[in-house]
Structure formats: structure tokens, C-alpha cells
Ligand binder design. Structure first.
Ligand code: PSU
Ligand code: MN
Length: 307
């Protein structure tokens, strides 16, 4: 018995030819951004990946199958659909056995990527330890997935709505390499610098690819988090965002928003409060992450070919 995986034609061709592929998630489309910016961003990130010489594979679940790559009509329908489920590791099997339509989080996308033989994945920001997690216990399954599934995830760190020091500690405990790309500081999603030093730093796609391969040679499970700072021209300084983040967190508490709804609620509130500036930054960082992930995938393919 094998996993129910359906490859889009573009991805099937890339696989057959041994060309590099970059996994992309779908929760950022259905729960992370409003329509139509979500659809435009998904198309732009896919084009960015192609421009760097790799093939994009947006992951989603429908009709009892994991779709690896979405054809244009399927992508457009997903971006417009309401009440799409947000699927993490815990939900994936039931969603497939029940034939639900669902979008994959970072954790679920990593699982789908592994099943599809895709080593590199780009998103906006991973989930992590929420503020107040000492009482709510709200810690994203993305962290456990990074600890067990061998996929390199390119993101602009963890979302700044989270408790970043606790998120770093949780990643360290789980043995996840957190690699700042091209700088010493851990990025903070909409801002380039969280004020926290990143545990590791690498400066080229080749270096990230070599580290990915070395982890496999050591037999270590789990992936690596490549924390790519948002392009300087698109960043929002952390001080400018802080009041909006605090207000959104207060609203979430007042309205008793919990579980899967927390992150989408906070992103939507902060997007509205900043009159779209946070959304524009999110789009810019997602595109930059797609480009870097493609360069890493190309480097991985090149190193593999040299062996
Ligand atoms: N990156 C973005 N926007 C998003 C996400 C990532 O720029 O909405 C999604 C990812 O799917 C990630 C999820 O896994 O947010 C985190 O959700 P939670 O905090 O509930 O684990
Ligand atoms: Mn959560």
C-alpha cells in the first residue's frame, strides 16, 4: 500500500527528468491571506521558483488524494473556497480517508513533500510557541515535524506574533538546526532582526544543500529551518509592528479565539490594522523564500549529479 499521491503534470515531468522541485504549502493561501492577494501571491511564488530553475509543487488535499502541484483551475478554486480545512499532521489521514478538501500547514506540507520525494520547501513563517503557551500549551506541530521529517524549510523565521525566544528553545530541544541566511540575527518574519542571535548561519544555497545532505549521511531524522530575512526594502521595523501585534493578541484573548483559529485571526487583524502593509511584507518575504528555496533545490540537484 502506498500513499495516495497525485502529481500535477508539471511536477510529474520534473520528476521524470530529475529536475529540482520546491514544495509550497496551501494554508498560507486559504488561511494566511485574503482573496485575491492569496491567489496572486501563490502564482507569483510559483513563478519565482520557476525563474530560479526549479518546479513549484503546491501541496493540498482533495478527493482522497494528496495533490503535489495544483493545476491553475484547482489553485484558483482553492484560493476562492470558504471553509477549507487547515490540515496539520494530526488531520492528514482522516482528511484523506474521508475525502475532505484541505490546505496543508508547514507540518503537513513537510509530510507531503517527503512522500513525494521533495527535499526543499518554502513558506512565509513557521508556527511555533505562542505567547502564553505556559498556560495555553499552544505550540505548533510545525516544530515536531521539523524534528522528524527530513525536509529543508525556507521561511522568514517563525511568525512575530509568537514567543520567539521560547520558539528557539523548543527548536533547540528538538535538535532542529535553525540557520539564519546571510546574517547573524534570527529574522522576525515582517522584520529582518528579532534581536535574538540565530544558533547557526550559512551564506549560500550550496552551503545549505551540503548541510542537508550531511544530516542524511549522519542518519539524523528531521529537517532544517533556513531563516531568510525579508528583503530590506519590504521590511516593517519591529517597533512599528509591536502595538498592532499586542492589540491583535488582546483581541484574540477577548474573543476566546483558540487552537487552529489563532494564527489566521492574528494575521488578519494585523493586516487590517496596518492597512495592508503587513500583508505586502508577507507577500514579499514569501516570494523571496520561494526564490531561495529554488536555489537550494538547484544546488542539491547539482551536488547529487556530481557524485
Ligand atoms: N506562513 C505565512 N502565513 C501562514 C502560514 C505560514 O506567511 O498562514 C501558516 C503555515 O501553514 C503554518 C501555520 O504551518 O501558519 C501555523 O499555524 P499554527 O500556528 O496554528 O500551527
Ligand atoms: Mn496551535
Amino acid at each position: 500500500m502506498t500513499a495516495p499521491v497525485a502529481f500535477a503534470p508539471e511536477v510529474a515531468e520534473a520528476r521524470a527528468a530529475g529536475r529540482p522541485i520546491v514544495a509550497l504549502e496551501s494554508t498560507i493561501i486559504t488561511h494566511g491571506m485574503p482573496y485575491p492577494a492569496n491567489l496572486e501571491t501563490a502564482r507569483a511564488v510559483a513563478d519565482d521558483v520557476r525563474a530560479e530553475g526549479a518546479t513549484p509543487a503546491i501541496m493540498a488535499v482533495a478527493g482522497g488524494r494528496i495533490h503535489v502541484g495544483l493545476e491553475p483551475e484547482r489553485l484558483a478554486a482553492l484560493a476562492e473556497a470558504r471553509d477549507v480545512r487547515k490540515l496539520s499532521r494530526a488531520d492528514l489521514a482522516v482528511a484523506l480517508s474521508e475525502g475532505w478538501t484541505g490546505a496543508t500547514t508547514v507540518a503537513a506540507t513537510m509530510i507531503c513533500a517527503r512522500l513525494a520525494g521533495v527535499a526543499v520547501f518554502a513558506t512565509g513563517g513557521i508556527g511555533g510557541v505562542h505567547r502564553g503557551a505556559e498556560t495555553s500549551f499552544d505550540i505548533s506541530a510545525d516544530l515536531e515535524e521539523l524534528a522528524q521529517t527530513r525536509v529543508t524549510v525556507v521561511a522568514s523565521g517563525a511568525k512575530a506574533i509568537l514567543d520567539l525566544p521560547k520558539t528557539l528553545e523548543a527548536l533547540e530541544t528538538r535538535g532542529v538546526p535553525v540557520i539564519a541566511y546571510g546574517q547573524d540575527a534570527l529574522p522576525a518574519f515582517w522584520s529582518r532582526d528579532s534581536g535574538l542571535p540565530a544558533p547557526l548561519r550559512l551564506d549560500s544555497p550550496e552551503a545549505v544543500a551540503r548541510a542537508h545532505l550531511m544530516r542524511a549521511r549522519l542518519g539524523l531524522p528531521g529537517g532544517q529551518l533556513v531563516a531568510n530575512p525579508i528583503p530590506a526594502e519590504a521590511e516593517i521595523p519591529a517597533e512599528a509592528l509591536r502595538p498592532h501585534i499586542d492589540a491583535a493578541l488582546a483581541a484574540a484573548e477577548a474573543q476566546a479565539v483558540a487552537a487552529k483559529a489563532v494564527t489566521p485571526f492574528l494575521l488578519a487583524r494585523i493586516g487590517a490594522a496596518t492597512e495592508g502593509a503587513a500583508l505586502a511584507a508577507n507577500i514579499a518575504l514569501a516570494r523571496a523564500n520561494g526564490r531561495l528555496a529554488a536555489r537550494i533545490a538547484v544546488a542539491l540537484a547539482r551536488i547529487a549529479a556530481e557524485r
